[in-house]
Design a binder for this molecule. Structure first.
Ligand SMILES: NC(=O)c1ccc[n+]([C@@H]2O[C@H](COP(=O)([O-])OP(=O)(O)OC[C@H]3O[C@@H](n4cnc5c(N)ncnc54)[C@H](OP(=O)(O)O)[C@@H]3O)[C@@H](O)[C@H]2O)c1
Length: 226
């Protein structure tokens, strides 16, 4: 696996693209406004990066990251993502995304909505619960004492293995939080959301990022209540 496609190249997509290039991957970036608006980021990332349309990024990626406002999830191109593992970083915020009654009544989760929209793809929820500055600051080599872990949830074991390998290569351990329907365990409002990587008592936005190991993440995921 050599190429990571990005649908959405903002705070989280752009950060993951930086980590992916640093780890030796090629990246294909896209956004809503068109490839010409991504030239600055492409230049920063160098020859392993290029910008394209979302459909092209989806087609080019061996693994594809969807990192957009949830309200736009139906615009993600389904056909070029068929058969692929797709990382979903998205969260649901009513003030930004509008009201999704099926999320408010907890009859489904945001990642399951994306999976419904991409029936031939294998969606894995990841990276939704870490502030992008902490995501950028916390990668460590395998085996480092202060390496952080990231939660993943998904229904396809092979796709979860692909995402685990990607995480390992960019500098994170993985903790399997279960099926896609279990992804609520690290959605907004849960103990595993955001604060586990900022440190208790730290100013969240000013915190340089605090490592969260596998055991701590497992315990925190188990504490989640609906
Ligand atoms: N910020 C964080 O620290 C953080 C952490 C974890 C998870 N998240 C979640 O991850 C997602 C992305 O967050 P973010 O902070 O990276 O947002 P952001 O900085 O606003 O970036 C969003 C990206 O999505 C693109 N986009 C919007 N609509 C699109 C469409 N229809 N097709 C293709 N691309 C589209 C935007 O392109 P244009 O600029 O051209 O519109 C932009 O590149 C959100 O769901 C957010 O809740 C964020």
């Amino acid at each position: 696996m050599t190429t990571i496609g990005f649908i959405g190249s903002g705070n989280i997509g752009g950060t993951l693209a930086r980590l992916a290039v640093a780890a030796g991957y090629d990246v294909v970036l896209s956004n809503s406004r068109g490839p010409q608006t991504l030239q600055e980021l492409v230049e920063e990332l160098g020859p392993k990066a290029r910008a394209a349309t979302s459909a092209e990024a989806a087609a080019a990626g061996d693994l594809v990251v969807v990192s957009i406002p949830l309200r736009a999830y139906r615009e993600v191109p389904a056909e070029p993502l068929a058969g692929k593992a797709v990382i979903d970083t998205n969260n649901y915020y009513t003030q930004r995304d509008g009201v999704f009654a099926e999320l408010d009544d907890e009859s489904t989760t945001s990642s399951e909505l994306l999976q419904e929209h991409l029936p031939a793809s294998k969606v894995v929820k990841a990276f939704n619960n870490i502030y992008f500055q902490h995501l950028r600051a916390l990668p460590r080599p395998a085996g480092a004492a202060d390496r952080s872990a990231m939660a993943i949830a998904g229904d396809d074991a092979g796709a979860k293995s692909e995402v685990t390998a990607f995480l390992d290569r960019i500098g994170y351990d993985a903790v399997d939080a279960g099926a896609l329907a279990d992804g609520w365990r690290f959605q907004p409002g849960t103990p595993a959301y955001g604060l586990i990587y900022s440190g208790e008592g730290e100013n969240f936005w000013e915190s340089p990022g605090v490592p969260c190991d596998v055991a701590t993440l497992r315990t925190t995921l188990a504490e989640a209540k609906r």
